[in-house]
Design a protein around this ligand. Sequence first.
Ligand SMILES: [Fe+2]
Length: 264
Amino acid sequence: MQKEDLIFFRKWFFEYINQFFSNDPFIQKNIELKIKHTERVCKNSILLAESEKISEEECMLAETIALFHDLGRFEQFIKYKTFRDSESENHAVLGVKILNNEKIFSRLSGEEENLILKVIECHNIMEVPENIKNSEKLYFFSRLIRDADKIDILRLASEEPAEEEKRNPALELYLPDTWGYSEPVISEILNNRMAKIGDMKNRNDVKLLRLSWIFDINFPATFSLLKKYGYLESIMSSLPEIEETESLKTHIKEYLDTKESETR
Ligand SMILES: [Fe+2]
């Protein structure tokens, strides 16, 4: 992959998304949300790639994956007016379908094209599939996009307004704003495991599930970036002060401190 290829991809991406711009404020807001997300994921991917001291060519591959990882989001939103895959379709698979139809990676080697498409297709699966884990290169880029993506989803979660009327319906899970936390969600966190979507019962559980992503982070630099950005702290400060909250916060902070000290 050459520098010119990356320039071509960036230009192609911004021309492609132009068709989705709308006078409807709801549509425009959500298209802009995904553009900003893509830009931030690109930035995070570059920072993580640089921290891993990989070659310049591999850094460009990481940026290309980030640039296209959510390409399916634009068509998904226009078609279904939601970003919830369960109520529309799998945005990663949709993105790969578009990329294949457009044949934009035909300028790359077959190996590079295969790597980019495979990593994008699996970026939203809860656990990295075995066929990816079996290839060192696929596994590396898979872990990288997952960390870069998680960092920015945590930014969005940390910016979520407390008032219901200010929330974005395209991102809403419509869980009730009830008291307390779901027991299995707490238990997973205290055991350093990611919480399960099916165990979420209310809005507090959604916040805890996001926080539990720290147990699925792959690179030391991701912890440094999360600390620098302060997203986890702001999500934690939005949790209601009930009996379990302090022990959960302490557990999460202790885990982050341990990981932080490992990066030094
Ligand atoms: Fe994403």
